[in-house]
Design a protein around this ligand. Structure first.
Ligand SMILES: C[S@@+](CC[C@H](N)C(=O)[O-])C[C@H]1O[C@@H](n2cnc3c(N)ncnc32)[C@H](O)[C@@H]1O
Length: 510
């Protein structure tokens, strides 16, 4: 069945059987140094994924030690280990700056590429989307991994595709960057490939310069001194596609846009899928983002698996699968790693690495967009795990009032509530305090003391509590009556529900 996983793709892929997937099309974080602050969190794994900045820190060194360990028993890891040790020399064993960051990035990407190689069928192909900052290093890593099974030099490297686009860029010191690189490898020399065509350009008018009475273009073709008429329409469907692909960049106002910072055009991924798989094949994207590959795969009647680290990507993915294909979770595809009951919430909370996923999940249930932390509400010296998230509901349109949300996984204390009130006052905000344990009468009194706010002649409490419990999972729309907010602000919350209705929740739990 088509499946979405939420979690670290390395863990998910290590659980998967080898030789399972026909095609991988993927677009990992780039080591671009760009900061996609829509997803800023404090968690180590996540901040790496979303800030896309890398340092030669403990996790990076652990990843390298793990590669070295696995190299003792696996040829693929041995090839990877040797390659990375070579790069250590190239990067002069750097521990900081760009070079240290590249070492860390490769320690992250290396084992993931090794697992992708294992999962691919012998007839399978992979397209790895890179940008110019890392593509040359990744090509070396892929050569090491993909060619160790083929004695012919570079036998499994097939193309370096240039995705050329136009966009407005700032800066006058360099040539404008207008392309990404996509590396195409196959696991063996018995691979699937469907020749793709693109429409003829204007030059064809010059080549096929004759036009018959029916308007058909033709040219003379001479074989052994004899001339034949060759009709354009008889030759083929267009020009065979080369390795420079002109596909428009998704501008900020593009209709296809879902608000996910690194979203790529669907046409780009459809092209890869059409070229290297057939209907009924299984396509995987282990860095699925907002689901461009899986949307393209579904459009082209392929089965699919999507994996992403953040729970935040699952909402746009689900919305897109519903809006474009009418697909619903559990009925039409499986979701793993997304809390569907309190037991799973507790599991997320207990796993330190996933705490922020829980927190982000909770905040996004309210239709709020986690943006950045503005200070912690807890000042009582306890270990703090909550964070505060800012949302400006309808920038400038309805109000400048901010909603702050604080998520507490443990037993909430009155001092935490008071500290949260102070932060609300400082930011002139309204607040939702989210817990999984009950709040006390004293805390409710603090909330009452915060008073009310008015919007369009209606009055709402300034501080409200949401205790996540089974009621929510039984009926997600109960949240709308529990947390009282102006009608227009509730629209994003409704969208959350529309794609996760009660029946689906029940199905998911069964
Ligand atoms: C460049 S974006 C992919 C965008 C995608 N092509 C699209 O069109 O939406 C990279 C994605 O990789 C995800 N990611 C980063 N590290 C990951 C990991 N270890 N496991 C799974 N996903 C990860 C990030 O959450 C992010 O959504």
């Amino acid at each position: 069945m088509n499946t979405l996983y939420f979690g670290d793709n390395l863990e998910v892929m290590r659980e998967m059987d080898g030789q399972r997937v026909d095609l991988i099309c993927t677009d990992p974080p780039f080591n671009s140094g760009r900061d996609y602050n829509a997803f800023l969190t404090d968690s180590l794994a996540q901040s790496k994924a979303f800030t896309d900045t890398w340092t030669w820190d403990d996790p990076a060194q652990d990843a390298r030690a793990d590669i070295e360990r696995r190299a003792r028993t696996s040829d693929t890891y041995k090839a990877l280990d040797t390659c990375l040790k070579g790069y250590d020399l190239v990067l002069q064993n750097a521990v900081s700056g760009n070079k240290g960051s590249m070492r860390a990035y490769l320690a992250f990407m290396g084992p993931r590429l090794a697992e992708m190689h294992r999962i691919l069928k012998d007839t399978g192909s992979i397209y790895l989307h890179c940008d110019p900052t890392a593509s040359h290093y990744l090509k070396g890593v892929m050569d090491a991994i993909w060619d160790q099974t083929n004695r012919k030099k570079n036998a499994n490297f097939r193309n370096e595709i240039v995705w050329h686009y136009r966009r407005w860029t700032a800066g006058n010191k360099d040539f404008q960057r207008m392309h990404d690189t996509i590396l195409r490898y196959t696991k063996s020399d018995k691979f699937k490939f469907n020749v793709q065509f693109e429409p003829y350009g204007d030059w064809i008018k010059k080549d096929y310069s004759h036009v018959d009475e029916e308007g058909r273009r033709w040219r003379w073709h001479t074989v052994k001194g004899k001339r034949y008429k060759v009709y354009l329409e008889d030759e083929n469907k267009g020009v065979k596609l080369n390795d420079v692909w002109q596909i428009p960049y998704l501008g900020s106002t593009a209709k296809e846009r879902l608000g996910y910072p690194t979203q790529k055009p669907r046409a780009l991924y459809e092209r890869m899928i059409q070229a290297s798989s057939n209907e009924g094949d299984l396509v995987m994207d282990p860095f699925a983002g907002c689901g461009t590959t899986i949307d393209a795969a579904h459009t082209l009647n392929r089965f699919w698996i999507g994996i992403d680290l953040t729970i935040l990507s699952l909402d746009p993915m689900r919305r897109r699968l519903y809006d474009r294909h009418g697909l619903e979770p559990s009925k039409d595809y499986e979701i793993h790693g997304y809390p569907t009951n309190m037991q799973e919430v507790h599991m997320l909370v207990r796993d330190e690495r996933k705490y922020h996923d829980f927190s982000n999940w909770a905040v996004t249930r309210l239709g709020l967009q986690p943006t950045k932390s503005v200070g912690d509400g807890g000042k009582d010296g306890e270990a703090e795990v909550g964070h505060i998230t800012l949302w400006d509901p309808e920038a400038g349109e309805t109000t400048n009032t901010r909603i702050l949300a604080e998520v507490k996984s443990g037993k909430p204390t009155i001092s935490q509530v008071r500290a949260f009130c102070r932060v609300m006052d400082k930011h002139d905000a309204i607040g939702v305090f989210i817990t999984i344990e009950p709040v006390s009468a004293g805390m409710r009194q603090e909330a009452a003391d915060m008073g009310t706010f008015s919007h369009n002649n209606e009055t709402f409490p300034r501080l409200q509590f949401w205790q996540i419990d089974d009621t929510y999972f039984e009926n997600p729309s109960s949240l709308r009556s529990l947390i009282r907010l102006p009608q227009q602000w509730l629209e994003p919350m409704r969208k959350m529900e529309r794609h996760f209705t009660d029946t689906q929740m029940t199905l998911l739990r069964s």
